[in-house]
Design a protein around this ligand. Structure first.
Ligand SMILES: *Cc1c(COP(=O)(O)O)cnc(C)c1O
Length: 401
């Protein structure tokens, strides 16, 4: 009998009971706005910021409306403005170039390697084109951060990290988000902690964070923050910084705090599932697994592999066969963007040069979500199905270009 997968690739786990209870308490209080505190009460949003900052060893943290908002705020706080060029990954998701466009910036795309990280040689060649790099740790793959920072520091390029897929991850023992001037995280449903929508921004520089807090819409209530710079830092900044409303509310913060406490446990559960898939797909002819360097402590909330140099018809055949068996794979190599997969040349509002080496990789990137509602047995089954269908297509037809 042909095995079929029954799980849902978009079904996350429920919010923990503790989060539901905390959310109910916020709703009963009626004080959902982060600055609507009574007496000495510390809001859920302020507590989340304190706890998140402590969890990554950052001085300051700001909770905001989305990961995209965290990125635009970081860029604004670093002075990125209209017409400024910003280096970023050719392989990332649409909110990253979108954030650059939102501040009036112009993306300069940097290539992707077969290991699905930013191409540091291509970066080195383009460092003279911009003052800021918005670095996306796309799908949780972390590049050699020691080398990246050495290159950017030498060129005077500011690094802002997009950690939408690396909350809880690290390179060489240093948490993702702690290498650059700012770290940006998303708490949207498909990321590592789930409040539907939401974002977090961390950093160590007092003036940067004072600007970010004012930008997020603190009015003159910034003294209610805790993971924030001293009040005197705001003396001038409070008059000079526009309010571009994008705060997080107490309801979302209440849901997130218990999830943040569980992040380490959840990361281990994700990685156990990832290893089952990786083991199951080892030695599949025509299929390239993505190496995971020793220095990379990842959180595998999704799984990627490459069908490198396959022709489009053969890749489409694999996707169709897997879909018929309940396995939803996404492809970054399609001619048109679909679902959440798009690529640098789909963002037509931003100019781009052809990038043949990256095109070759993108044409073979297959992506799969790995929600924690899948069991280890589910992952073993997914691997069996993918392995069988990739092998069938690979053996049956001429798949390479
Ligand atoms: C989800 C995501 C974002 C943006 O997060 P939102 O909270 O949805 O705005 C940024 N970068 C990457 C790579 C993402 O996947």
């Amino acid at each position: 009998m042909t095995e079929r997968f029954q799980g849902s690739f978009t079904q996350q786990e429920p919010i923990p009971d503790e989060g539901i209870a905390a959310a109910n308490a916020v709703m009963q209080s009626g004080r959902l706005h982060r600055y609507n505190t009574s007496g000495d009460e510390v809001s859920e949003a302020a507590r989340l910021e304190e706890e998140f900052a402590a969890s990554v060893g950052a001085k300051y943290c700001l909770a905001v409306a989305s990961g995209g908002y965290a990125m635009t705020t970081a860029m604004r706080a670093c002075g990125v403005g209209h017409g400024d060029r910003v280096l970023t990954n050719a392989f990332t998701l649409a909110p990253v170039p979108g954030a650059i466009a939102a501040v009036g910036g112009v993306p300069v795309f940097v290539g992707v390697t077969e290991d699905l990280v930013i191409d540091l040689d291509d970066l080195a060649a383009k460092l003279d084109q911009a003052k800021v790099l918005l670095l996306s740790h796309m799908r949780g793959h972390i590049c050699d951060m020691n080398r990246l920072m050495a290159l950017c520091d030498a060129a005077g390029v500011t690094v802002i990290e997009d950690c939408a897929h690396t909350m809880g991850a690290a390179w060489d023992g240093v948490p993702s988000g702690r290498w650059g001037r700012f770290g940006c995280y998303s708490t949207q449903t498909y990321k590592h902690i789930n409040s539907g929508e939401g974002g977090l921004l961390i950093g160590d520089d007092p003036a940067d964070m004072a600007r970010a807090i004012m930008l997020s819409g603190s009015y003159m209530l910034f003294e209610k923050h805790r993971a924030a710079p001293p009040l005197e830092t705001f003396a001038q900044i409070k008059f000079e910084t526009p309010n571009i409303s994008g705060r997080m509310d107490n309801l979302r913060a209440a849901i997130l705090r218990p999830q943040l406490r569980d992040l380490g446990t959840q990361a281990a559960r994700w990685n156990a599932r990832y290893r089952v898939l990786e083991d199951g797909l080892a030695n599949t002819p025509g299929l390239r697994l993505i190496p995971r360097p020793d220095k990379e402590q990842f959180v595998a909330s999704s799984f990627q592999f490459l069908l490198l140099d396959w022709n489009a018809a053969a890749v489409a055949d694999v996707l169709g066969r897997c879909a018929a068996r309940g396995v939803e794979l996404k492809w970054f190599g399609g001619a048109e963007p679909t679902g959440f997969t798009s690529r640098y040349d789909s963002w037509r509002y931003a100019p781009s040069e052809p990038m043949p080496a990256s095109d070759r990789v993108l044409a073979g990137v297959i992506d799969m979500r790995l929600p924690l509602t899948f069991s280890d047995e589910d992952c073993a089954l997914l691997a069996r199905i993918i392995k069988a269908e990739v092998s069938a297509v690979y053996q049956g037809t001429a798949v390479t270009e």
